[in-house]
Write a protein that binds this ligand. Structure first.
Ligand code: NAD
Length: 304
């Protein structure tokens, strides 16, 4: 039995209280897994906290309330603008207790770098920690956590990262490096989804059944995350319920392209894929990202 304040879980003490802001598709199930791992959690969501709070977590009143009553705050917010605004509110909070913020959101390297610098100047450590694996991975606790920030902090967070994910990669010491890896990953996922939609439509035009196409591709060299997972589980079933909005995927691909242009690396395929997702979002603003198949097939509002 550990005495009070004796380090457990690599630097976490028994009195450590974690905060979580953003209880959406990803945040709510991640919170449930943190609570299940025995962590003391206080949570907040601007759209209504009580109804989104998993059993065992404490309902927080506001961002200031979490800043004053927790040691480490996790974020799972829509984009860098919102993360920035939430961090500003933390900095303005009276009686601030929090000393570390960990951002699970996809915000892009520039936003993560700027937020890290601002928090660092105020004595708050920032760990950039975007995740991959979708809502299903968040529910199962099998997300990939891509972290960049001080190695000691990432090590201290290992119990929390293990609770939400199966794999943690510490890709560098600087906030923003993890976002770069997350964006390139989502660009590949977005490309697979768009390209597989076009490829499947081509095969269907020749009268081949969609499941037969996928079965063949999935034991052949064209296999990818869309053909192996999203198509059989979300498109063929007609459920279109991956839990990741077209708006968020379009944001990620646009951020990727923007940052590729800043980096000066090749952008030919990035530009085409980003244009494809922009068109899908205009056509289907409230859709799940797997519905790009319906957009490309011309089944949606305007189609192609
Ligand atoms: P979501 O829109 O379902 O959840 C975001 C939550 O943040 C909402 O509940 C919203 O009310 C809350 N929020 C917004 N502004 C707030 C504020 N100012 N203060 C407090 N709460 C606020 O989004 P999501 O799908 O859960 O994604 C969250 C992040 O994770 C995004 O950056 C996304 O790109 C990333 N991501 C999503 C997935 C996925 O499959 N859904 C996978 C990997 C990464």
């Amino acid at each position: 039995m550990l005495a009070e304040n004796q380090p457990a879980n690599g630097g976490t003490t028994l009195n450590t209280v974690y905060g979580f802001i953003g209880l959406g598709n990803m945040g709510a199930p991640m919170c449930a897994n943190l609570v299940a791992a025995g962590m003391s959690l206080r949570v907040f969501d601007a759209a209504g906290t009580a109804e989104r709070t998993p059993q065992g977590a404490v309902v927080g009143d506001s961002i200031a309330d979490l800043a004053a009553n927790t040691d480490t705050i996790f974020l799972s917010l829509p984009d860098g603008k919102v993360t920035h605004a939430v961090c500003e509110e933390v900095l303005l909070a009276a009686d601030r207790r929090v000393s570390r913020i960990v951002d699970f959101s996809t915000t892009g390297p520039e936003a993560a770098g700027a937020i890290g610098a601002k928090l660092g100047a105020a004595g708050i450590t920032f760990v950039d920690a975007p995740v991959s694996g979708g809502r299903a991975g968040a529910v199962a606790g099998s997300l990939t956590v891509i972290a960049s920030g001080p190695g000691g902090d990432v090590a201290q967070l290992s119990a929390a990262f293990d609770a939400v994910g199966g794999n943690t990669f510490h890709v560098g010491a600087v906030p923003g490096q993890a976002q770069a890896v997350k964006l390139l990953n989502n660009f590949l996922s977005a490309t697979a989804m768009a390209a597989t939609s076009e490829a499947v439509l081509f095969g269907q035009k020749f009268g081949v059944d969609i499941s037969t196409i996928l079965d063949c591709v999935n034991v052949s060299s064209g296999r990818n995350t869309a053909s192996a997972d999203k198509f059989p589980n979300r498109v063929v079933t007609g459920s279109y319920d991956a839990g990741f909005a077209t708006a968020l995927m379009t944001k990620d691909v646009a951020l990727y392209l923007e940052q590729v242009r800043v980096a000066g690396t090749p952008e030919n395929i990035g530009a085409v894929v980003s244009a494809r997702w922009n068109a899908a979002l205009t056509d289907m603003p409230e859709s799940d990202f797997t519905e790009i198949y319906r957009h490309i097939a011309g089944e949606s509002k305007t189609g192609e």
